[in-house]
Ligand binder design. Sequence first.
Ligand code: C2O
Ligand code: CU
Length: 432
Amino acid sequence: MNRRDFMLSTMMAALVPHMSRAKNGEFNLRAEEIDVSLIPNFQTQTKMFGFNGSMPGPEIRLKKGKSATILVENALEEGTAVHWHGIRLNNAMDGVPMMTQSIIEPSSSMRYEFTPPDAGTFWYHSHYISQEQVAKGLMGPLIIEDDQAIDVDHDITALFSDWLIDASGQLSEKFMDTHSVAHAGYMGNFARAFLSQKSVYKGDRIRLRLINAATNRIFPIGLRGARGALVALDGMSLRDPRPIEDLVLAPAQRIDVIVDVDEEIKIELLMREGAFELGALEVTGVNSLRVQSDISPLPTHDIKPFGKYHRQLTLNLQGGAMGAAHGGDNIWSLNDVSDLSHTPWNTFELGEVVRIKLVNQTAFPHGIHLHGHHFYELNSDGSLGDLRDTTLILANSSRDILCRFDNRGNWLLHCHMLSHSIGGMRTWIRVV
Ligand code: C2O
Ligand code: CU
């Protein structure tokens, strides 16, 4: 497929299935090879990876504060592991091979058990050879429900990604292509959204959970046919809903909006060449019962603001094409070290608050993700900005974050452009 096909292919509704619990109350995720009708109007199915016969994997809904068990079975011919992105969970359940668990070998399984402390929009994905396994489809939505009901008619997930498809309709296997690793990463020529339902009524008020599951692409999103407010970022509610202006999602980021439906809702990827439709919610009726009202904030999250910090650190993002020389031995590095060293980048005392300056010395944007924690982005005056688990730092710019390391264990800190991560832009920290 060329760029023109990318622009012209028309979207049909693609659904992400819901998942119910097994009789014993557990969720079951079976990783396997599947054939997917990924490209509309294209006869050939694409060979991918999925969970329970589906790509993306089914939507898992858990309750905030309630322990959950998810049995991951590996029916692939290679190892795997599943990471529950953004959940502040026990280190042992974080899904990182060689750091928090061993690889789930073919024909074996692992039982993940954790209690999600925050209600919101999260996702799960493979964390083993992830630049390849996530690109092949090992990912899905993970929704943590609040016990407080929210005043909307529908709660809808829209997970999107892009894929690099060759002329025969199969995924390009160039997951490790050095040129793309050194630039913006393995990038698709086709993109679409998978929605948890197909249609709504005019007049409905809906919550829409946007999830960027792409391995490398930043998605600037346009929403047509609805108006409303942005209410949460990376699973964490905003105290004050804000107008929907630039919806930009780095890989792994999430945005929740609450909107009122005027007409068919179109979710668009805004590209230089124009808007490309990722998916749509048809209008099949009229909701005349909904009374117009302001959009109220979601229930508040439980992370207390913290201002004072004990330590200040700098993390330089280095390397890549057109980047200055650096001391790492891979394409990218963090403070002159590529990939995971034997010792952590830093060790923090439980509860320690640290201000970290992320300095992007490269010619590319990076989305930096810290496992097991959420952190504040700091505004230029040092005041607390948004609470996130993945922060986007544009080329040749910097961002300060404030983190309270309150979760014991060994945690990854890496670029969520997965090509950059495999190209060296990853490290780890320890909380003791
Ligand atoms: Cu979304 Cu290290 O992961
Ligand atoms: Cu990066």
